[in-house]
Write a protein that binds this ligand. Structure first.
Ligand code: GCU
Length: 617
């Protein structure tokens, strides 16, 4: 395999790694878009291969002459039963399901080919970077296997310095979107299994020694100090570096050790704090001999105090909404900046300051746009419903996705919560599995909050208790509840009291109801905007009474494709719990929620007292 590196994990994470089953110890470089690169996006010739014929023969033996060879017939006598044709292409980045009607429901293998010309320089290295490929990707260059990757929502890369040739290089990627009972996610989800090369593909070139990973943020224990780590990759491990934030008058010199690693502490001076109303970001440059990377980064602190969430030491109420990584329109993965911006601006219009990116790490444009626009983010790995908690490989898979999610977005001020699971059934093996992920999260990043979306539990017919044993290990309790939709009539919400044994803030991470745009009717007619609106009114009245509530993210911003939603003329393969239709047309409930959020914003919780706050007695 063409990649081996020591990533910049905290020492405790290395200890964890050594303790538990192996997680591959590398992560893609930080900020690939900020490096010298060539985009390989475009229309790629493809072969749809439902039987995986390009990989295995009729005895299921791996083929040595598989499609990765991109074989060209040299004479009429040659027997070759496949070919990549320029007339038969798919757009990259994009899922294949939305590109052709016959591929809408397709789950299986597709082979992609891309050619690129290269004139290698002796003082440069070359990497192929994939933003993501759903679900399993086998990658070949010039007929040689570079490696494989599983998980449809995290980036991966290959060092091709040795394998690339001068002139034309042939890249072949075999993507298989088949669902896996033992996978992460497992084979049952409530979202469309969009397959393919769904995110950017880059050819990156770097100096022989370059800045592979870096983290920079305020010290959560001493916010007047900037701290961070840098990890070099290459022959010149020990060397001087400089961290510069010109606008803040900061220039700091530090040196890496013999492992190419450096840690730093810098007085923050009067650095402005990032917050949703004023998402201030600074140009931060990290430079070593021969390499420099500049990125826009915001600085803020996030923590909890009993039932409150404190942003920059001030209480904040998370006025949120959930969203899938699906663009406005007829159902396709959101893959670029504009599509991300369009979704986040809709959330802004809802008076949101927070989005829950469900149920998997969204593309990098989404979190960068949240950073730019000022939207707090809950980011999650797809440990969703009944993942196979018994299986060590499934845990390793989840741990790797967690590491890659955190590694990619660690410098995003917008991201405040890492979530390790959604609606997972209580059991000892599940608790052990999730505790491992929580420990990993704290070891990888102790500057953010850890949560999970728990399920409700009735103490008695009118009392819901957030007492899932997992709550003990979380910073923020997330809870999905569907009072008025799966659980009783809308008015039931008014009868419910909420309790919890945990002195922690609660975020209602889901509530909602389905409605088909334009369907109207007297309550209690389901699927009407009126019914959905009533559920929101009843929920809001109930939520206002929960003393330990620190935020909410209703399900969901936009109607989205789901193969589980099959009611004709209403759902037709769409989950209709959006506050807007798939094309962005508003339903009644949109207004109801945006008004409540406006009122919440006016309450301007920032003036509220911090509960038993040593800073403000
Ligand atoms: C669940 C789940 C979502 C799902 C939603 C629904 O809570 O987390 O992924 O789409 O409920 O039923 O609509």
């Amino acid at each position: 395999m063409h990649r081996m590196r020591r990533a910049i994990y905290t020492t405790s994470f290395v200890a964890l790694l050594l303790a538990a089953p192996a997680v591959a110890d590398e992560g893609p470089m930080t900020y690939p878009f900020g490096r010298s690169h060539m985009s390989l996006n475009g229309n790629w010739p493809i072969i749809v291969d439902p039987y995986g014929t390009g990989a295995v023969d009729y005895r299921r033996r791996p083929r040595s002459d598989g499609f990765f060879r991109d074989a060209q017939s040299k004479s009429d006598a040659d027997l070759i039963e496949y070919a990549f044709k320029n007339e038969n292409t798919l757009r990259v980045p994009c899922d294949w399901n939305s590109q052709r009607p016959e591929l809408l429901y397709y789950e299986g293998s597709v082979w992609y080919r891309q050619r690129f010309d290269l004139t290698r320089k002796p003082d440069r290295r070359y990497f192929l970077y994939f933003g993501a490929a759903n679900y399993r990707a086998d990658v070949y260059l010039n007929g040689e296997k570079l490696g494989s990757h599983i998980s449809g929502f995290t980036p991966f890369e290959f060092d091709i310095t040795k394998l690339a040739t001068d002139g034309t290089n042939t890249l072949v990627v075999h993507v298989n979107s088949a669902r896996d009972r033992n996978g992460v996610p497992t084979d049952q989800t409530d979202w469309w299994n969009y397959g393919g090369l769904t995110r950017d593909v880059l050819l990156i070139d770097t100096p022989l020694t370059f800045v592979r990973h870096y983290r920079i943020h305020l010290d959560p224990n001493d916010p007047r100090t900037i701290i961070g780590t840098i990890q070099l990759d290459g022959p010149k491990q020990a060397q001087p570096l400089q961290i510069a934030i010109p606008e803040a008058g900061i220039k700091h010199d530090v040196s890496t050790d013999q492992y190419g690693r450096a840690e730093f502490r810098i007085p923050a001076g009067n650095l402005k704090r990032w917050n949703p109303d004023d998402p201030k970001r600074y140009d931060v440059t990290i430079a070593c001999n021969g390499d420099r990377v500049t990125e826009k980064i915001g600085f803020r602190t996030i923590k909890t105090a009993r039932h409150q969430i404190l942003l920059n030491d001030r209480p904040v109420f998370l006025r949120g909404i959930c969203l899938h990584e699906e663009a406005l329109g007829d159902g396709q993965r959101a893959v670029d900046r504009d599509q991300a911006e369009a979704l986040l601006l809709l959330a802004k219009e809802l008076n949101c300051n927070f989005v829950r990116l469900a149920h998997y790490p969204h593309n990098e444009w989404m979190v960068r746009e949240a950073d730019r626009l000022g939207m707090l983010v809950w980011s999650e790995i797809p440990v969703y419903w009944t993942v196979n908690f018994e299986r060590a490989e499934t845990l390793t898979n989840a741990r790797t996705q967690l590491r890659d999610m955190i590694e990619r977005d660690a410098n995003r001020a917008a991201v405040i919560i890492w979530s390790v699971a959604n609606e997972t059934p209580r059991s000892d093996v599940r608790l052990k599995f999730l505790r491992q992920l929580i420990d990993d999260t704290r070891a990888l990043d102790n500057t953010r909050l850890v949560s999970a979306a728990l399920e409700t539990h009735y103490d008695n017919p009118t009392t819901i208790s957030i007492d899932d044993p997992l709550g003990e290990y979380l910073d923020v309790l997330g809870c999905n509840e569907y009072l008025g939709w799966y659980d009783g009539a809308p008015a039931k919400a008014s009868t419910i009291t909420w309790t919890t044994p945990f002195q922690k803030p609660l975020v209602i991470s889901e509530f909602g109801a389905g409605a088909k745009l334009g369907h109207r009717g007297a309550k209690p007619k389901r699927w009407t905007e009126d019914y959905q609106g009533d559920v929101y009114r009843q929920q809001i009245a109930m939520l206002e009474k929960i003393s330990f509530l620190a935020g909410t993210s209703p399900w969901i911003l936009k109607d989205f494709r789901s193969p589980r939603r099959l009611l004709p003329e209403i759902q037709d393969g769409w989950n209709r719990k959006g506050l807007v239709s798939e094309r962005g047309e508003k339903k009644i409930a949109f207004e109801i929620l945006s008004e409540w959020y406006q009122q919440k914003d006016r309450e301007n919780l920032s003036t509220a007292k911090v509960q038993n706050d040593p800073l403000h007695p």
